[in-house]
Design a protein around this ligand. Sequence first.
Ligand SMILES: [Zn+2]
Length: 241
Amino acid sequence: MIYFLFICDICFNPKGIIFAKTNCKNKNMITIYNLTFNAFQVNTYIIADEKKNCIIIDAACFDTHEQQALRDFIAKHELKPQIQIDTHPHIDHILGNAFVKETYDIPLYAHKAGDPFFLNANSYAKPYGWKLENVVMPDKYVEQDEVITVGDISLKVLYTPGHVDGSICLYNSENHFVIVGDVLFNDSIGRTDLPTGDYDLLIKSIKEQLFTLPEDTEVYPGHGPKTSISKEIRENPFINF
Ligand SMILES: [Zn+2]
């Protein structure tokens, strides 16, 4: 199938949040919105179909200013959140889970292997001076190869441990993109020095689950700019063949 992929808009909004919008255009047009939150500059992605049904991935908004920015953004684009998904349970990626759940009354999807991190979220938050009033546990556990479907959006779950237990990537084969959390970055890979980190396992996850995807797959990481499978196969300095 022939389709067109183009970047239609990158701007810097007045609230200081970088907003990049990429349209992957074919029969089902999917829009990927990106807002960046908290001191760790986590990429929160909102994946929407043409009917405005959307999935919020890694709700990382921290304070009331960031929560308001997310709410305003969703209202401005008339989006209709249906579910939220965490790529992994690190504290910087889950800060906004409770806000999203309370605001939109939608379930949280995540991998069960991340449960110890959700259960102990406040002990992981403490060194950063953060405190979560409410910690949301996953409402639904997802598994390797499971396909999450919301409206016209389909995301296949790839279980990719190594950065932390419970890490998943979310692959859309129709529009050729993958959301990778902190598994793979533009010219880098996730750190493996935190609890349950495992360098060899991370490399195995990347090689077996990500580098086997079509090379034109766009890669949207949990921090920093997007990249592609072909670029990382050829240029990533941390992965040797
Ligand atoms: Zn992480």
